[in-house]
Design a binder for this molecule. Structure first.
Ligand code: ATP
Ligand code: MG
Ligand code: MG
Ligand code: MG
Length: 439
């Protein structure tokens, strides 16, 4: 992409309405524009990151054997009346009436709808296990939408639902989700810690929230610092091996890690003192086993191998796709702007031309662009007639991992400058070497 032809409305001023750094940087970098309270337009740069995050979520879900589908945003109230949640959900649910006076709602989540899809089509244990998921916009009329996309009213969520014959199998699905979530966040350059959470009014037994440590997080968290050293790395996970999944989950759930809702002072006190940590955290996902709550209420039954009919065991599992942009920026920025982890960056490298119109420099920039594109990467070429300082400030603000700078002096010696956004270190080298290093 050439910046002169792109739409990147960066702001020079720091927007006064934004209270936290990720919100400020997303506005300044021209990633989002508020449409109304808690509802945002995704401008091109923000949209690119959103799509990359979505793509990682899809890949990791499908790697775990989960099947994508797409349910609508608008739902009929009837299903929610069946489950009993139409009245219970309260004012967070946006209720709508259509021209025929039918009660509708903008879905805050999809347990009812997926249970309806399941019961209409599946009736035997032979079709289990089954996990279906989608990535779709949700609406929750939050009392206080704030912090930009972190607590929006309209937000993008991945929500997945497992259907299993019994508790044991549902626990395998639970473990599969935990492992797939660990992989997902790690690919985004995030450390998201699974913490035992409170099942709240929905009831049920097993639930973990995934929290990214950040001062601006809305949850208070307590943990054993040993958990922050854990990494999946390039371990190959066999999702068909329940014992392997269990072992990984045990590794991640043995060190103490809880939110304030489930915090236990006695257990916390048993951690060696130098490893006791308390901090703030951003909830970027949650996994939840709730058993037969919806299947009983809505009659989602399956026959067992012995011919009995039993309600199917379920769980639901969410990832805050749009919230993740804010969480990643909270975890990765400096005073000049965003520092995108490679996994989610909107462009892989920025090319800065220090003398637009100088034919030798222009030629080198074009060569860099073509080389990066040929390697399958997306470069952003700043070909505007701007001062070097302004170009550098824009690149720093939008946080691409690499900047390649070309100017007449270096070009005369066959050199460009490669700069790492994260370390700030620069090195001179040939254009081919710079391309090789970025790839
Ligand atoms: P919170 O405690 O922050 O209100 P939640 O527990 O109500 O979130 P879940 O029902 O667990 O949310 O939804 C799954 C994920 O969706 C959450 O872990 C979070 O990352 C994301 N999410 C929830 N509410 C919002 C929101 N208002 N804006 C953006 N993302 C959200
Ligand atoms: Mg909530
Ligand atoms: Mg929560
Ligand atoms: Mg939650």
């Amino acid at each position: 992409m050439r910046l002169s032809r792109y739409f990147l409305p960066v702001l020079k001023e720091t927007p006064s309405e934004a209270q936290i750094v990720s919100h400020r940087l997303m506005l300044r970098a021209g990633m989002i524009k508020q449409a109304s309270a808690g509802i945002y337009s995704w401008l091109p740069l923000g949209y690119r990151v959103l799509r990359r995050i979505e793509q990682i979520v899809h890949e990791e879900q499908q790697r775990a054997g989960h099947i994508p589908l797409l349910m609508p945003t608008l739902q009929s109230a009837e299903l929610w009346q069946e489950s009993g949640r139409y009245d219970a959900y309260g004012p967070e649910m946006l209720r709508i009436r259509d021209r025929h006076d039918r009660d509708m709602l903008y879905g805050p989540t999809n347990e009812e709808m997926i249970t309806d899809i399941f019961r209409s089509n599946v009736s035997s244990y032979k079709n289990l296990p089954l996990t279906l998921y989608h990535i779709q916009w949700k609406f929750r009329d939050e009392v206080r939408p704030r912090f930009g996309v972190m607590r929006g009213r309209e937000f993008l969520m991945k929500d997945g639902y497992n259907f299993d014959l019994d508790y044991e199998n549902a626990m395998i699905a639970y473990d599969r989700h935990m492992v797939s979530y660990l992989r997902t966040y790690e690919r985004m350059g995030l450390k998201a810690i699974p913490m035992r959470a409170d099942s709240g009014p929905i009831g049920g037994d097993d639930t973990h929230e995934f929290l990214v440590l950040a001062d601006t997080g809305e949850s208070e968290v307590f943990y054993d610092s040993a958990i922050t050293d854990l990494r999946l790395g390039d371990r190959l996970v066999n999702y068909d091996d329940p014992a392997e999944l269990r072992a990984i989950c045990e590794e991640w759930t043995t060190p103490y890690a809880r939110t304030d809702e489930t915090h236990d002072e006695t257990l916390y006190g048993e951690i060696p003192e130098d490893r006791r940590q308390t901090s703030r955290g951003i909830e970027v996902g949650q996994i939840f086993y709730f058993g037969t709550k919806y299947s009983e209420a809505m009659g989602a039954m399956v026959t067992t191998p012995d011919g009995a009919r039993v309600p199917v065991h379920m769980g639901s599992h969410g990832i805050g796709v749009s919230r993740l942009l804010g969480a990643i920026i909270e975890a990765s920025h400096d005073d000049r702007g965003i520092i995108w982890p490679e996994g989610v960056t909107p462009f892989h490298a920025g090319i800065v031309n220090l003398k637009q119109g100088d034919s030798a420099t222009d030629a080198v920039c074009t060569e860099l662009y073509a080389g990066l594109a040929a390697a399958g990467l997306s470069p952003l070429y700043d070909d505007r007639e701007e001062r070097a300082g302004a170009k550098f400030a824009t690149m720093d603000l939008i946080g691409l991992p690499w900047r390649i700078t070309a100017g007449p002096r270096g070009v005369a010696q066959g050199k460009v400058e490669l700069t790492s956004r994260r370390t700030g270190e620069s090195e001179e080298m040939s254009p081919a070497a710079a391309i090789a290093k970025v790839v």
